[in-house]
Design a protein around this ligand. Structure first.
Ligand SMILES: [Zn+2]
Length: 191
């Protein structure tokens, strides 16, 4: 490890981390990176594989009955996570009523947990459905929750700084997982 790799993860917390990233939904295609599945089968699907392992190794933030939340391996900002069903389905309309409800509830919990840990100025929340729409792993539906800060899209990432990300992701996962139960306990605020 070089000294650059061992900077405490806490020193990289936004908005002072200097890791400003370009926001381009097209780059969602790189989610999964070298792990991008060869086909759309369950056997090839990382989102089916992740819940079978432990939370730390899989960067799982929270597990629900039918959905779970996991950090993105290639985040656009610190705290970029995804909420998705355990079931291997590609279309939003394929979700059951209970999956749809839990996906929404866990998305709200994700927003609250991110607010508690990182206090972002805003969020991008959404799904890219299908390869043509930029889904990196189109066969398994996933909802992105991306915290945003003013000015975070102004500069391209600096390659050298991305070396610190694996350490940052482990720290981010632990912080969000710790904040999750309080976040999930709060009901939706609508009437
Ligand atoms: Zn899957």
């Amino acid at each position: 490890m070089t000294p650059q790799d061992t900077v405490p993860a806490g020193d990289f917390g936004p908005p002072q981390d200097g890791m400003q990233r370009l926001w381009t939904p097209h780059r969602m295609v790189y989610i999964g990176g070298q792990d991008k599945p060869a086909d759309g089968s369950v056997a090839q699907c990382p989102f089916c594989r992740i819940p079978a392992g432990d939370d730390e190794a899989g960067l799982v933030v929270a597990r629900g009955r039918e959905c779970y939340a996991v950090l993105n391996l290639y985040p656009y900002n610190s705290g970029h996570l995804m909420v998705l069903p355990y079931r291997h389905v590609s279309g939003y309309v394929e979700l059951s009523v209970t999956e749809t409800t839990e996906l929404g509830q866990m998305t709200q919990a994700a927003v609250r947990a991110l607010q508690a840990v990182y206090a972002p100025a805003g969020f991008n929340i959404g799904m890219n459905q299908g390869d043509v729409a930029g889904a990196g792993i189109a066969a398994h539906l996933h909802q992105h929750v991306v915290p945003r800060w003013l000015g975070d899209a102004n500069f391209l990432p600096v390659v050298a700084q991305t070396k610190a990300l694996p350490e940052l992701l482990a720290d981010t996962r632990a912080r969000l997982a710790a904040a999750w139960s309080d976040a999930a306990a709060q009901p939706g605020e609508g009437r």
